[in-house]
Ligand binder design. Structure first.
Ligand SMILES: [Zn+2]
Length: 184
């Protein structure tokens, strides 16, 4: 039988049957879920379930700094496809993951509409703050998090930063975003 791959948030067991081992987490009701991509490993001796992960690829975990592309914006959620992770100050490839940015986690300031801060196609840097059965949540509340690369809404040219304003050198369009201090 082929080993079944699990992804973060997949249900594994209840605490009465198997305890939460490596690469898993437990919710308040004693349900145990995977926190990384890998294969299930039920240990019948210590009654623990853990996830064997493929160590050659970085996993998205709680606290990970992730980099990805915005694929959908629908208040109150931005959906991001993660392709990179920042580890030891370097960008590295990571396991594919879809994460969500809730409007309440965008900024310290009050945000009215997500479309005032983000556009589909923007590259964003964020931090993982929650992994549960509903998915992976990230935040952009701190200055280093937010949009690191943006594209003109009119012509898709890469926008350039002038002070605090984003401008398209091709068509002259002026736009704004929830910018990261590391905007490129
Ligand atoms: Zn343009």
């Amino acid at each position: 039988m082929a080993e079944e791959i699990v992804v973060p948030g997949d249900f594994l067991s209840v605490e009465e049957e198997f305890g939460a081992g490596k690469n898993t987490f437990e919710d308040s009701e004693g349900n145990i879920f995977a926190s990384v991509v890998g294969t299930k490993d039920f240990n019948n001796i210590n009654r623990e379930v853990s996830i064997k992960s493929n160590n050659t690829i970085n996993q998205i975990e709680l606290g990970s700094i992730v980099i990805g592309k915005i694929v959908r914006i629908k208040d109150p959620v931005v959906t991001i496809e993660i392709s990179r992770i920042e580890k030891d100050g370097k960008e590295q490839i990571c396991s594919f993951g879809i994460v969500q940015l809730m409007i309440a986690n965008v900024s310290m300031d009050h945000i009215r509409f997500l479309r005032d801060e983000f556009r589909v196609g923007d590259i964003i840097k964020a931090k993982v703050i929650k992994i549960n059965k509903f998915g992976i949540d990230v935040t952009t509340k701190y200055p280093e998090f937010g949009v690191i690369k943006a594209f003109c809404f009119q012509c898709r040219n890469a926008l350039e930063l002038y002070g605090k304003t984003l401008k398209c050198s091709k068509c002259g369009s002026v736009e704004q975003r929830k910018l990261s201090s590391e905007f490129r």
